[in-house]
Design a protein around this ligand. Structure first.
Ligand code: BGC
Length: 746
């Protein structure tokens, strides 16, 4: 038995760990991985003292990327060895370390959004942080928190869907998790980076209220989580480049006014103006250091024209500003204790296959991370349809099954560092937000293992061949059809299956919908699994031969096991749609602008839809989607009762009881939506709370959700503040944005 003294000591240590993991500023406390978490104040003082010892060359080295082909990581700056400052390693991506080996391919942002679980959002952040730290990376280039303004947006899956509140909560939990193990997190892409076509210069025009309530809100939550850096985006915002936009990134700009204390780093090549323009506007670090595609290289000087050094020399950039840039960079580094005992970089992104002497091939995988990736894959799967008696499956009761679709098999993983593979199952989109997928377990492997030894006859047609698929299904007791759609980053204008980043439309790829319908025509028990980066057109959902549908999204490397867990009932589905599924783009109130218009150049995109995205728009215009925001079935049922609403200071505390009134254990995801007084001009309902409530059959629990003053405010442009409108607020509590079970008001 442990002695009482030891027990007390352990208690103190775990309290300290919890404090650090909550992202609170608790000076001088040791967190889980043995680093010293400092306060911002102390870190700022240390950074200032260090800056006083640096030469101008050293300062410039710390704010300038070393060049994209010289970087051992995706981005590096020059070290100052004499003072123990490393050449900071900044690395992709938001869903796991890339491009390198020995890492976990975690599910992307949209998958963890689909869990509606703060617990899993935080746990994923911690696990990501552990792998980045294990590779010696100082900064995780994530999370991405660009709203899915349009369902076809190429990088929508990197973030957390179209709703600002869900994005904000997921950003907060991810940043807190990553930084809890001493790795700096970077909120990106600031701001209005919402489509891939023309992203290198499009002009997004966003009004002030929309900016604050929608696109900026997740960044604000990141600041509240003590985020270390913010990445300014490629595009222009209201006519000025994001990285040259003092209103956004300057000392008196939006971020700093709200208390941001870290540094601003450019997206790779997102600097389109001179060194002094960018530095004086508020840019602290330029990456990757040289010119790429359409920008970059301003600090080092492009083709010998201008440079930060000459601008400091001429006084165009003051020494005070130069010092401030370095201080901003060193402050979060000190805050997370990276000045002491931080692991050195042990890989080389330039040789992503693990070759060469700089790759020490350290595996940062662990059983816990694999288990977490599998748990998120299962918890993000959304059960859209389940004819009674269909799911969960019992393998031994199935005499014959046909498994159909290209989406069942592992893709060719050797298709470049950006995962532009479209010849197998869809695990994650492509681009810098993708991950290394060496350890993928595809659906076919997991399904074959499950059926092995059960006596079930398994027939396969592992392509989207419209003759072979139905032929395999004919006469079978069960057919499982897997189909997909994918999108990704524009990058160097690569296109995958004819899509330049953004999806061309909402159709399932490779005639997937026809395959589903043709299989269902010959098999009265057809289960459909959809792997997709976002909403897809599913015209066949009401087909009576389609007995179950699982929207499995983009599940990461443990896709097969996660799916099998849900299909066979080891996991009772609790995933909820983090977007609505409607039939076409027009139901969403925005378009992807593919035509720059006249005169040729970059298009101007006016965000005239303001606050009305996705369910916020569909509710206001009586558009009935096929499946609404927040929707997802379970193998059990839940009853809601006892709504109570009470004021507590300036907050409102909303509580109610959820009961599992079915026969198996399950997890309910209750959601809270607010209806503002009409004069406020808000959408009919806005998400303001969610929770994850695991319940045994017959069990019930009281759930409490608090809406604070900001949560019932609008952004008031004239006063530049959050103002709570006068009047009555409606409270909607339910199982989705349209399945409201309890109504109240305050
Ligand atoms: C992306 C960023 C990424 C960076 C480095 C850019 O193209 O927009 O999200 O972190 O590249 O790979």
């Amino acid at each position: 038995m442990l002695s009482p003294i030891l027990l007390r000591l352990l208690g103190v240590v775990s309290l300290l760990i919890v404090a650090a993991r909550d992202g609170l500023d608790q000076p001088r406390q040791t967190a889980g991985d043995g680093f010293t978490l400092r306060s911002w104040e102390e870190s700022f003082a240390l950074a200032n003292a260090t800056v006083a010892q640096l030469t101008l060359d050293e300062k410039i080295g710390l704010v300038t990327g070393v060049g994209q082909f010289s970087s051992r990581c995706v981005g590096n700056v020059s070290p100052v060895a004499r003072l123990g400052i490393p050449g900071f390693c900044l690395n992709d991506g938001p869903a796991g370390v890339r491009p390198t080996k020995g890492v976990t391919g975690f599910p992307p942002g949209i998958a963890v959004a689909s869990t509606f679980s703060r617990r899993l959002m935080r746990a994923r952040g911690v696990a990501l942080g552990e792998e980045f730290r294990g590779k010696g990376i100082n900064m995780h280039l994530g999370p991405a928190m660009d709203l899915m303004r349009n369902p076809q947006a190429g990088r929508g899956w990197e973030s957390f869907g179209p709703d600002p509140y869900l994005n904000g909560e997921a950003a907060f939990e991810t940043v807190t998790g990553v930084q809890s193990v001493g790795v700096m997190a970077c909120a990106k892409h600031f701001i209005a980076n919402n489509q891939e076509h023309w992203r290198y210069g499009l002009i997004a025009n966003v009004d002030d209220r929309t900016l604050h309530e929608m696109y900026y809100y997740p960044f604000l939550r990141s600041i509240e989580a003590n985020v270390s850096a913010v990445m300014c985006a490629y595009n222009q915002f209201n006519g000025t480049s994001s990285c040259h936009n003092a209103n956004l990134i300057g000392p008196k700009g939006l971020l700093r006014t709200d208390g941001f204390q870290g540094f601003i780093v450019s997206d790779w090549g997102a600097t389109h103006d001179s060194a002094s323009d960018n530095a004086n506007a508020g840019l602290d670090m330029e990456q990757p250091g040289d010119y790429i595609l359409i920008g970059g290289g301003t600090f080092a000087g492009v083709l010998g024209i201008g440079s930060l050094e000459s601008d400091v020399g001429s006084g165009a950039v003051t020494l005070a500003r130069m010092n401030q840039m370095v201080t901003n960079i060193l402050t979060p580094w000190y805050r997370l204790g990276q000045d002491s005992g931080y692991p050195p970089v042990n890989f080389n992104a330039q040789e992503s296959d693990g070759s060469g002497s700089l790759n020490l091939n350290v595996s940062v995988r662990s059983d816990n991370h694999t288990a977490l990736a599998r748990e998120i894959a299962g918890a993000s799967a959304v059960l859209l349809k389940n004819k009674p008696g269909t799911l969960p499956l019992k393998a031994a009761a199935i005499k014959s099954v046909a498994i159909i679709g290209l989406d069942a098999i592992i893709p060719n993983l050797d298709c470049g560092d950006l995962n532009e593979c479209d010849d197998g199952t869809m695990i994650i989109g492509w681009g810098s937000g993708s991950n290394s997928l060496d350890f993928t377990v595809p659906p076919i492997t997991a399904l074959n293992e499950t059926f092995a030894g059960t006596g079930t006859v398994v027939t396969t047609s592992l392509s989207n061949d419209l003759t072979a698929g139905p032929a395999a299904a004919k006469g079978k007791q069960l057919a499982i059809v897997l189909v997909n759609a994918m999108s990704g980053e524009l990058g160097f204008y690569q296109s995958v299956n004819g899509n330049e980043g953004d999806r061309n439309d909402m159709e399932i790829w490779f005639s997937g919908s026809t395959l589903v319908e043709d299989v269902a025509a010959v098999c009265a028990n057809t289960i459909v699994v959809v792997h997709s980066v976002g909403p897809v057109h599913m015209p066949w959902t009401t087909n009576p031969n389609i007995t179950a549908i699982i929207y499995a999204g983009a599940p990461g490397e443990q896709t097969g096991p996660g799916l099998v867990d849900v299909l066979f009932g080891a996991v009772n589905p609790s995933g909820r749609l983090p977007f609505s599924i409607a039939d076409d783009e027009s139901s969403y109130n925005t378009t992807i602008v593919t035509d720059p218009g006249f005169p040729l150049g970059f298009p101007v995109i006016d965000y005239t839809e303001t606050l009305f995205l996705d369910y916020r728009y569909m509710d206001a215009h009586d558009i009935t989607p096929r499946y609404e925001y927040g929707f997802g079935l379970s193998y059990t049922t839940f009853a809601y009762s006892g709504l109570s609403i009470a004021a507590s200071g300036t907050s409102q505390v909303i509580s109610f009881t959820v009961k599992n009134n079915g026969t198996v254990a399950g997890t309910e995801i209750p959601q809270l939506y607010l209806g503002y007084p009409p004069a406020a001009g808000e959408p009919p309902k806005v998400l303001r709370g969610f929770d994850e409530v695991p319940l045994a059959a017959g069990a019930s629990q009281v759930v409490e959700m608090t809406v604070d003053q900001r949560g019932m405010s609008v952004w008031d442009t004239p006063s530049q503040s959050w103002v709570r409108p006068k009047g009555t607020f409606l409270v909607y509590v339910g199982a989705s944005s349209r399945d409201i079970r309890l109504n109240g008001s305050f």
